[in-house]
Design a protein around this ligand. Structure first.
Ligand code: FAD
Length: 391
């Protein structure tokens, strides 16, 4: 039997984009239903490194790109949210590191000179030494230079939990989602047994947007997938490190974040250039060997006898760009009452929501009378990869 639910905005996809948008819409008095077909955060969001970029990484080649400009505000907006004074109340969400670091292991002065000369970096980096170094680098054999960036690293599973709490009764777990039309007009969606009427439908289903577009009989916007082959190392001797380790090029040689595991250890999550093209071409065994060699060269004092290693293949889903380039901003487009988009970065979830809110305001979409939803099937929250890969 079909049950009808009325809402203002139906959101499809419970990653960071959908959950952040949902929280902000609810705060503004909108009725919302967020429909997730799997687990909350289980697409890219919980597999992300949780860095709230401010654009520093993108200024490495010295140029102030669109990317560095657009993203520069994000750390401030997230900090306000974490302090309970922002657009979404993230009080209580665990901050893994108050700063991300830029770590130059050798002497690649040329690279750093242009980096510090770039307008994007003025006043945003300080060199750190001794006791102020990240714990993993506090060793007598450490050589190199380390700079503190004003970028946070968040515990993403904890963030998703908080946003799920703010979503309250607006979450719905449903496997099959199809559009509902009347006289050629989009009425809402059918989500399993639930017929949902909505003023607007927002698809923010990460790589799932592609299939949803097909279901809505649309060919635009096109999606690109950028594959990554990440490495996770878990062990009793690992210490926290949140850093882009610089190589010779414009991309970090390796980007390391560190995550607490349920059994009281730390897991290093390794991305950056290691996880890109060459890394994607490697088998799992080859990729683990490459990561072990990289970390042995960079941190030779770390004892790895009891470290466990695993890899994870995951795609970044984004609107198509020429040459598979990285998009600069969040992206939202519309087809009548349907909005479709990708935040393109976890850090850009506020930018994604700004873009949706702007379109709603333009169309004078207002909250309707408050709806109380029955006890709906709820999606679970995804487990972090450092908990699932070693079982
Ligand atoms: P997702 O998190 O993929 O969520 C989409 C959701 O939609 C999923 O839960 C999925 O199950 C659901 N869904 C799909 N199809 C359907 C359907 N038909 N019906 C219902 N639900 C559906 N960004 C940063 O800012 N900082 C970082 O440090 C960072 N590190 C990253 C590291 C890696 C390895 C990767 C892959 C990405 C990283 N990113 C980072 C990018 C960031 O993770 C993504 O841009 C962001 O998480 C995308 O969020 P999303 O909500 O669009 O998608």
């Amino acid at each position: 039997m079909s049950l009808t639910l009325n809402t203002d905005i139906a959101i499809i996809g419970g990653g960071i984009a959908g959950l952040w948008l949902n929280a902000q819409l609810r705060q503004r008095g909108f009725n919302t239903l967020l429909i997730e077909h799997n687990t909350l955060g289980g697409g890219q969001s919980v597999k992300s490194q949780g860095i709230i970029h401010g654009g520093a990484k993108y200024a490495l080649h010295g140029a102030l790109t669109g990317s560095s400009e657009a993203i520069a505000d994000m750390p401030k907006r997230w900090r306000q949210a974490l302090a309970g004074a922002g657009e979404v109340d993230l009080t209580g969400v665990r901050v893994l590191s108050d700063a991300h670091y830029l770590w130059s292991p050798g002497s690649i002065a040329g690279n750093l000179t242009s980096f510090f000369a770039s307008k994007a970096m003025r006043g945003r980096v300080d060199q750190v030494k001794g006791q102020d170094l990240p714990p993993a680098l506090q060793h007598k054999d450490f050589k190199g230079r380390v700079y503190r960036l004003a970028e946070l690293v968040l515990d993403v599973p904890n963030l998703i939990e908080r946003l799920a709490k703010l979503a309250d009764d607006s979450l719905l777990h449903a496997q099959k989602i199809t559009p509902r039309y009347q006289d050629g007009q989009l009425l809402g969606v059918q989500a399993d047994a639930y017929s949902i009427n909505a003023q607007r439908v927002v698809c923010c289903a990460g790589r799932g947007n592609q299939d949803l577009l097909k279901a809505f009989d649309l060919t635009q916007p096109e999606q690109q997938l950028r594959p990554l082959h990440m490495v996770v190392a878990k062990g009793p001797a690992l210490l926290p490190l949140y850093a882009h380790c610089l190589g010779g090029g414009s991309k970090p040689r390796v980007t390391v974040t560190t995550h607490p595991t349920a059994d009281g250890q730390w897991a290093w999550y390794l991305g950056g250039n290691l996880a890109e093209a060459d890394g994607v071409a490697r088998s799992e065994t080859e990729q683990i060997k490459a990561a072990q060699a990289e970390m042995a060269q960079l941190l030779p004092w770390v004892e790895h006898r009891n470290t466990q290693w695993a890899t994870l293949r995951v795609d970044r889903a984004e609107p198509v760009q020429s040459g598979l380039a990285r998009p600069d901003n969040a992206f939202v487009t519309e087809q009548g009452k349907l909005l479709i988009g990708w935040p393109t970065k976890l850090a850009l979830a506020p930018d994604f929501t700004d873009r949706v809110l702007k379109l709603l305001a333009r169309d004078h979409i207002q909250p309707s009378a408050t709806q109380n939803y029955p006890d709906l099937p709820r999606p679970r929250i995804a487990s972090p990869v450092w908990e699932t890969l070693f079982n």
